[in-house]
Design a protein around this ligand. Structure first.
Ligand code: UFG
Length: 317
């Protein structure tokens, strides 16, 4: 089976490419490399450096494919607040073009990278897939709009689709050609920031007065390798027309202080940090209910926080 991996040179997409290849899938990649890196593309892969917004490039990338894993898109919450039109264009309009071109080529299977950001501030945790969706930023709104678009495409045109709502993705995979890891500049995510912390430039803890046991935000972290395992299980589950939505997390939460402690334990000394004001737009607690993915995909995340921190640390060495 040949899979088109959109966004296949980014952190999560390149990890998917590596694991899919290892399992015998043939791969095509469509990526404009605006955030990703062409040096992650392995030998034997068909690589189209192009944009989701260019229908001819999308059509070219889809040629000969049986299914799509759709990772491409803008994904920084803060940037989405400053540039909502850009986010709508790349994420929503880009996916519209992808679905249209898939239809023209009779490709009916898609696994989409959705986000916990579709839920916004949850009323109940752990969060079920049936929870209300009230995104609090344009990034989450675009992911929700795409989920709705895919539902409509499934009912009107019979595609078979899965949207995977990621919570906090962490860790890294070592490929023969090096680590496939987060390479953001500037980095905004907690675990890489904690691991880069120095006395001169300590990591900021955004908010210590949240309504949680230690006053810091709680998030649900999932290792990128477990995340891709769920994608492959979701892909293998496709066939009948329809659209299923699955949460992907670990089902348990870590506070920011607990992440700092786990990273300090991994490094062997206390990582410097500075208590700081809250970051705008952060919900206090986000934890996934992952029972649907466990039940329907027979998926179970197996890598814990210690492994996520260790792999991220090794990838930065
Ligand atoms: N945090 C810090 N200091 C930092 C970075 C983060 O204290 O330097 C805190 C944040 O305030 C938050 C937690 O650590 O409480 C996690 O923050 P991240 O930036 O690592 O991740 P988010 O939870 O903000 O965002 C993640 C994904 C988004 C997605 C969102 C879903 O990165 O793409 O989950 O809600 F939208």
């Amino acid at each position: 089976m040949r899979v088109l991996v959109t966004g296949g040179t980014g952190y999560i997409g390149s990890t998917a490419v590596e694991i899919l290849l290892g399992q015998g899938f043939e791969i095509s990649i469509l990526d404009d490399c605006s955030m990703g890196h062409a040096d992650t593309v392995p030998a034997g892969v068909r690589f189209i450096q192009g944009s989701l917004l260019n229908a001819a490039e999308v059509a070219d990338a889809l040629a000969g494919c049986d299914a799509v894993m759709h990772f491409a898109g803008k994904s920084l919450v803060g940037e989405s607040v400053e540039k909502p039109d850009l986010y709508h264009s790349v994420n929503v309009d880009g996916t519209r073009i992808l679905l249209d071109e898939m239809r023209k080529q009779s490709i009916t299977k898609i696994v989409f990278s959705s986000s916990a950001a579709t839920y916004g501030e949850p009323k109940v945790v752990p969060i079920l897939e049936t929870a209300e969706t009230n995104p609090t930023n344009p990034y989450g709104a675009t992911k929700l709009a795409i989920d709705h678009m895919i539902t409509k495409e499934a009912s009107e045109h019979g595609i078979s689709a899965a949207s995977l709502r990621y919570f906090n993705v962490a860790g890294a995979l070592k490929a023969d050609r090096g680590w496939l890891a987060e390479r953001h500049n500037p980095e905004t995510h907690l675990i890489p920031n904690v691991l880069c912390s120095t006395q001169a430039n300590p990591v900021k803890i955004f908010g210590t007065d949240w309504p949680t046991a230690d006053g810091t935000c709680i998030r649900d972290y999932v290792h990128v390798i477990d995340l891709i395992d769920a994608h492959i299980k979701a892909l293998n589950s496709l066939g009948a027309a329809g659209h299923e939505i699955y949460n992907l997390g670990s089902g348990s939460g870590y506070s920011v202080r607990e992440v700092v402690k786990a990273a300090s334990d991994a490094i062997g000394h206390q990582i410097p940090f500075v208590d700081s004001p809250r970051r705008a737009g952060d919900p206090a607690v986000l934890i996934a209910d992952i029972s649907k993915a466990k039940r329907m995909l027979a998926w179970e995340p197996t890598r814990d926080m210690t492994t996520m921190v260790a792999d991220t640390l090794n990838s930065m060495a």
